[in-house]
Design a protein. Structure first.
Length: 176
């Protein structure tokens, strides 16, 4: 059988529920041999909440799931009639599958996110940030240097009327 990856559009915020409903419908219809993986593309992110490091998941593509399947009229109908599914991406009646390389890239990105969680925000030089943890908590500053390999920033904070460079972790600041 020729399994292909398809992108399915869902109501935003209902991706996991759609995945569970679709898996249940496939099982009830006896179509397990026509379906492979069903994925909600997410990555793990680290953030600081109330002084604690917390890991949460963030969706790459809110409102979309990936379905590996053999496209037939029956499988199309199973997916399309699942509650909270609005349709396929790339053609409503005869959807276009995404290239296998693209699906593999997304899966690899998901696996990397699990093994090494990313910071919630991405920073660039010149970004305005507010310090949320440490001795400079509630100070504002401007990012002077970003070191993604060490997950550190050099931020210019005004202390006693003078700009002072301070090195902080990514999770110690929020973008303004």
């Amino acid at each position: 059988m020729d399994f292909k990856w398809y992108i399915v559009h869902t109501y935003s915020g209902f991706e996991k529920k759609v995945k569970l409903n679709l898996e249940e419908r496939i099982k009830n219809a006896g179509q397990e041999k026509y379906f492979g993986q069903i994925l909600v593309p997410t990555e793990q992110v680290v953030e600081l909440k109330q002084g604690q490091k917390r890991t949460s998941s963030r969706k790459f593509y809110p409102g979309y799931i990936m379905v590996q399947m053999v496209l037939t009229k029956e499988t199309w109908h199973t997916v399309r009639s699942t509650p909270k599914v609005t349709g396929f991406v790339g053609g409503e009646v005869n959807p276009t599958p995404i290239p296998d390389e693209e699906a593999e890239r997304i899966i690899r990105q998901m696996e990397e996110g699990v093994s090494r969680p990313k910071p919630k925000y991405r920073f660039e030089e010149g970004d305005e940030v507010r310090v949320i943890d440490g001795p400079f908590s509630s100070f504002q500053g401007i990012v002077e240097e970003v070191r993604p390999d060490k997950e550190k920033l050099r931020v210019l904070i005004t202390v006693f009327g003078r700009p002072t460079p301070v090195e902080l972790d990514f999770i110690q600041v929020n973008k303004i």
